[in-house]
Design a protein around this ligand. Structure first.
Ligand code: ZN
Length: 191
């Protein structure tokens, strides 16, 4: 496994529609997945899409933190690693919720984005087996954010407002969020 470089919008791969994976036996795919997981955990982030490491393939990894606070809030979802290949959102709630998002590819910014409060995602696991995931709340938001990446869409395209994370050393990200956030601080939520 190896860490990969996370690209920013200067690299055009981030804005391309990614290709469907067709060969699940390709050892390069397995290496890509291992590297994406390592890169996501190292960042740290709660999700990563292959285009963010400059690979134009429809692969995402998602993992909500498993620290105590996260376990309290997300229960069984905390700490579960999802690897989804060729993911598709096949069902969405009518209900939309606004929440804060950040992105590992757009460091230093966050924004408020309206997302479906629940989605059902269909795709394949890393061995090609078909899987289906029902996600709600924060997990649903992360899946929508990551699947957007596969179509070259970034949260800044959808955000109602975008802010810069405060850079003052005595004011960390979390404090910025504590003032106006009712959901998860983006400092822990970069995707
Ligand atoms: Zn992102």
């Amino acid at each position: 496994m190896a860490l990969r470089e996370i690209i920013t919008p200067e690299n055009p791969v981030l804005r391309k529609k990614a290709f469907k994976v067709t060969n699940f036996n390709d050892p390069k795919l397995q290496t890509l997945i291992d590297d994406m997981v390592e890169t996501m955990l190292d960042a740290p982030g709660v999700g990563l899409a292959a285009p963010q490491v400059a690979v134009s393939q429809r692969v995402i990894t998602v993992r909500l933190s498993d620290d105590e606070e996260s376990q309290k809030e997300y229960g069984d979802q905390a700490g579960v690693l999802y690897v989804v290949i060729n993911p598709e959102i096949i069902r969405t709630s009518d209900e939309m919720v606004e929440g804060y998002e950040a992105c590992l590819s757009i460091p230093g910014y966050y924004g408020n984005v309206s997302r479906h409060s629940a989605v059902t995602v269909r795709g394949h696991d890393r061995h090609g087996k078909q899987i289906r995931i029902k996600a709600q709340g924060w997990l649903a938001r992360v899946f929508q954010h990551e699947i957007d990446h596969l179509d070259g869409v970034l949260f800044i395209d959808r955000a109602k407002e975008i802010w810069r994370v405060a850079e003052r050393e005595d004011e960390d990200d979390e404090q910025v969020f504590a003032r106006e956030d009712e959901e998860k601080p983006a400092s822990e939520a970069a995707e």
